[in-house]
Ligand binder design. Structure first.
Ligand SMILES: Nc1nc2c(ncn2[C@@H]2O[C@H](COP(=O)(O)OP(=O)(O)OP(=O)(O)O)[C@@H](O)[C@H]2O)c(=O)[nH]1
Ligand SMILES: [Mg+2]
Length: 252
């Protein structure tokens, strides 16, 4: 384990609620900055690596873990196993030739009983994703609360709010209705970079959403580099998938 991972270890050794199954943490070389760049030589070519911490938050059972699992491993499980405290995954994206973006995805428990611990988890994040469940209106009502939570606990080095993306998950369910106009307005009024209707079950819109967020992260990182201190979307496009074509998104 290198020094940077020791930092994580110290931070979480003190916290009994962190899951012990964070398979990816040892693969990460994050140094707790929200823009961690390095380069390695692969096949004679220098490959730039950029590591960014991204938070996934939202009410319990909205599908945060399922979205991460689908995005990182391609697997979906119908069983609900609540997240205790926090879990991690890393997704490497070949952004362009000789440039890899590693997204370190922090899967934060949605159950209220874990709410008091979020400040330490939010530290050094460069972006966040707030998820709600299209079939449970109360989870949308809670989005503004999560947004305020982010704003109050993490900012960029220039003191601006971190970019936040909204995901309307479980778009596969027959009871899920996507009100694009309402979500467009909601994002504008609440300073979200945009929204996507996703399904972890159908793998709908997840790659698109993450690509959009990554683009924003790279823009933000240009003006917030290096980061030394604590820190703290209107397009409608039909997305096809194997079950229906009612997947929407909005980005600015
Ligand atoms: N139909 C459908 N079910 C989903 C989808 N995403 C997640 N689920 C199901 O919803 C339940 C909760 O999913 P999780 O991913 O564990 O939710 P979570 O947000 O991580 O919940 P906490 O860890 O408690 O905060 C599980 O039974 C999942 O299988 C989806 O896109 N469509
Ligand atoms: Mg979870």
């Amino acid at each position: 384990m290198n020094n940077s991972n020791d930092l994580y270890a110290k931070e979480f050794d003190t916290d009994p609620d962190v899951n012990g199954n964070s398979d990816f943490i040892n693969n990460s070389n994050n140094n707790n900055n929200n823009n961690n760049n390095s380069s390695i030589v692969e096949d004679g070519a220098e490959v730039e690596k950029h590591l960014y911490k991204v938070l996934l938050i939202g009410d319990y059972a909205v599908g945060k873990t399922s979205l991460i699992k689908r995005y990182c491993t391609g697997i979906f499980s119908p069983n609900y196993k609540l997240t205790i405290g926090v879990d991690f995954s890393v997704k490497d994206i070949e952004w362009e030739k000789n440039k890899v973006v590693s997204l370190q995805l922090w899967d934060i428990a949605g159950h209220e009983r874990f709410g008091t611990m979020t400040r330490v988890y939010y530290r050094y994040a460069i972006a966040a994703i707030i998820v709600f469940d299209l079939s449970r209106p109360s989870t949308f009502d809670a989005v503004t609360k999560w947004r305020e939570d982010v704003n109050s606990k993490v900012v960029l080095a220039n003191q601006e709010p971190i970019p936040v993306l909204l995901l309307a998950n479980k778009s596969d369910l027959p009871t899920s209705y996507v009100d694009s106009e309402m979500l467009d307005n909601f994002c504008k009024e609440n300073n979200f970079i945009g929204w996507y209707a996703t399904s972890a079950l159908n793998n709908a819109n997840i790659d698109e959403a993450m690509r959009f967020l990554t683009k924003k992260i790279l823009e933000v990182a240009k003006t917030n580099h290096p980061v030394k201190e604590e820190d703290g979307l209107s397009l409608n496009k039909p997305i096809t998938n194997d079950q229906d074509t009612n997947k929407k998104s909005c980005c600015k």
